[in-house]
Structure formats: structure tokens, C-alpha cells
Design a protein around this ligand. Structure first.
Ligand code: NAD
Length: 330
């Protein structure tokens, strides 16, 4: 039975709420007047991301690893599972923990959703498509994933999490939603987390050469975080139980992205080429027809606008970090 909410705001649990996407989601949902319970183990999350909400009467922080079962006092209407390191550098530091986060974490949150009669959304990923053999990935594509490579803990973890969500949705009476998220960027993305947009911007701002892996001709699609957050909220509110792609279909090579960043930062940085990591996908481009049809959603922020806002955020963040590191009295 779906929960009937008689309060005029919802109680929303965001696992991974101190991370990049999770903290942007916290901000949007707090601004909409909801009560937020942020659950995070701070593996990759940062207290700076949630500092603006810590004193808010509608914000509660619980430091907890979702690999362990959790109980929450009081009602919970919705759960967003955003908890999992998303940067390959970070999720490969503890691959078994990444598998556990994806499987046990999802299981523990699904059990919580079942007990609370809450609706639950899984942040899945385009990585479930692996290194795709088709150029435009729609949700019916079953993927090309290596089960025994360095990315497998994340890719296969996310695949089994989708299966768990599907099972709980189909047979255990839980209202489940699955978002297949493609590369997203924007404010609150850790400057050191190793993803391409943050790498390029930080390197350009520091006047260092931008590191390009392989030939730089591999492609990615980049979605600005406010667009993604909007899509997640729409998906949660929808009746759709099957996976939905959320991403920006604009496709760019790594060299095109590097060129844009250097130009926008007005940097003189060049490019250094490094070998392509194992199993790095050659291309990524979402087909978002289902998101358009079912959710009435499509991204609004183009790459130039999104990069401009993101560069500004990194400029301020690096300046604040520098100030914090400067010896007292300087
Ligand atoms: N950002 C993207 O481009 C992208 C793309 C596809 C999918 N996703 C998915 O979206 C979600 C959020 O990604 P992000 O970019 O914000 O990553 P992130 O690393 O910035 O945030 C993840 C958050 O989850 C927390 N976390 C990790 N493991 C945990 C655990 N076991 N228990 C409790 N907290 C835990 C981290 O401390 C962090 O706050 C992830 O599930 C990721 O797989 C993101």
C-alpha cells in the first residue's frame, strides 16, 4: 500500500547525502520544505558539502555505513540511495567494500523501505552498460561488462543492486525506482576525486597540463547536476519501476572537453597523454527517450553554462583551501 502523507512535507532519507550528487539533492529538497535525514560514512563525502544545512531544523545527519543494517526512529516517506563512491580512483581503493556497498547497502535500504512503507530510488549508472557495443545506449541494451576487471566491483555491484531493486519492486511490495545516471558534473564534486571534469578544471586553474588518457578521442556525455537532481525527483514521483536513463545526450571527446576548459579558464595549460586504464569505455551517450516520455524531463543546462558555473565554484573552493592551509598571520 503506498503511504498516504498527511504532513505538508515529506521525511526523506538520502544515503550518501554528503557526496557530490547527494548534497545537491539535499539542498533542493530542503529548499522545497522537506525534512532530510542524511546517512553517510564520509568515505568520499565531505562535511563542507552539508555545512550549510547542519543547523537547519529539518536536517539530521547520521554517520553510518549502509553495509550495516540501519534503523531510523519515526516515519520515512522516501529514500534516495546515492551512497557509493562514484569515481573509479575512489571505488577501486576498496573494491570489496564497493561490492558490499552496492549489494548489502542496497539490501539494507530496501529492508528499511519495506519496514517504513517508503518509496526508494536507486542511483544506478551508465556503467551497467560497460564498454557498450552500440553508440546510443537505451535501457533495453544489456551491456558489455567485464566481471573480472578493476571496474567490475562497481559495474557488477550496480547491476546486482538493480536486480535487488527489481525483485523488491516486483515481489516484496516495495515502491522502487531505478535511475541510470550518466556522467554528471557541477559544484560539490571533490576537487581530488579523479573524475575528468574536476581533474581538467583543477589542473587548468593551477596552470598544470591536463591529463588525457588514451588518444582523447573517447567520448562522454556530461549532465549538469541541477538537471540530474530534477530528473531524480521526477522519477521518484513517477510510477515507473523499470530503469530510466538520466543524462545529457550531448557527446564530446576528452580532447574537446580539455580544449573548452582551457579556453574558459583562460589558462595556458597544455595536454599530457597517459595510457588508457583497463576497461575504460570508449563512448557514452544516453538515449533519454523514456525520461522525456515518462517524466517530461530533458536537461536544460548546456555544457558551456554548466562548465562556467562549475569553474567558478572550483575557483572559490581552491582559494578557500589555500587560505585554510596558509600559516597563521599571513
Ligand atoms: N556523479 C556521476 O557522474 C554519477 C554517474 C553515475 C552514477 N552515479 C551514482 O550516483 C551516486 C552519487 O554519486 P556521486 O557522484 O555523488 O559520488 P560521491 O562519491 O561524491 O558520493 C557518494 C557518497 O556516498 C557515501 N558513501 C559511500 N559508500 C557509503 C557507504 N557504504 N555507506 C554510507 N555512505 C557511503 C560517500 O561518503 C559520499 O558521501 C552514486 O551511487 C553513484 O554511483 C553518479
Amino acid at each position: 500500500m503506498p503511504r498516504v502523507v498527511t504532513r505538508n512535507h515529506k521525511v526523506i532519507l538520502i544515503a550518501g547525502g554528503a557526496g557530490f550528487v547527494g548534497s545537491n539533492l539535499c539542498r533542493r529538497l530542503i529548499d522545497e520544505g522537506h525534512e532530510i535525514i542524511c546517512v553517510d560514512n564520509f568515505q568520499t563525502g565531505n562535511r563542507c558539502n552539508i555545512a550549510p544545512f547542519l543547523q537547519h531544523r529539518h536536517f539530521r545527519l547520521i554517520q553510518h555505513d549502509i553495509c550495516d543494517p540501519l534503523d531510523i526512529s519515526g516515519p520515512v516517506d522516501e529514500i534516495y540511495n546515492m551512497a557509493c563512491a562514484a569515481s573509479p580512483d575512489r571505488y577501486q581503493e576498496g573494491p570489496v567494500h564497493t561490492c558490499k556497498t552496492c549489494f548489502l547497502g542496497a539490501l539494507n535500504l530496501l529492508e528499511l523501505a519495506r519496514r517504513k512503507n517508503a518509496r526508494i530510488l536507486q542511483s544506478s549508472t551508465s556503467e551497467v552498460y560497460g564498454d557498450p557495443e552500440i553508440s546510443l545506449q537505451d535501457e533495453s541494451y544489456r551491456g558489455c561488462v567485464n566481471t573480472c576487471g578493476p571496474r567490475a566491483c562497481y559495474d557488477e555491484g550496480k547491476r546486482v543492486a538493480e536486480t535487488l531493486f527489481w525483485e523488491y519492486g516486483a515481489h516484496n511490495g516495495v515502491e522502487t525506482r531505478i535511475a541510470r545516471i550518466f556522467n554528471t558534473y557541477g559544484p560539490n564534486m571533490d576537487p581530488a576525486d579523479g573524475r575528468v571534469v574536476s581533474n581538467f578544471i583543477v589542473q587548468a586553474l593551477k596552470g598544470e597540463d591536463l591529463t588525457v588518457y588514451g588518444t582523447g578521442l573517447q567520448t562522454r556525455s556530461f549532465c549538469y547536476v541541477s538537471d540530474l537532481v530534477d530528473g531524480l525527483i521526477r522519477l521518484m514521483a513517477s510510477d515507473e519501476k523499470m530503469p530510466v536513463n538520466l543524462g545529457n545526450p550531448g557527446e564530446f571527446t576528452m580532447l574537446e572537453l580539455a580544449e573548452k576548459v582551457v579556453k574558459m579558464v583562460r589558462s595556458r595549460a597544455g595536454v599530457t597523454f597517459r595510457p588508457l586504464p583497463q576497461d575504460d569505455p570508449r563512448q557514452r551517450k544516453p538515449n533519454i527517450t523514456r525520461a522525456k516520455t515518462i517524466l517530461g524531463w530533458s536537461p536544460k543546462v548546456n555544457l558551456d553554462e554548466g562548465l562556467a558555473a562549475t569553474i567558478e565554484w572550483y575557483r572559490e573552493r581552491l582559494a578557500a583551501d589555500q587560505e585554510a592551509e596558509a600559516p597563521a598571520g599571513q
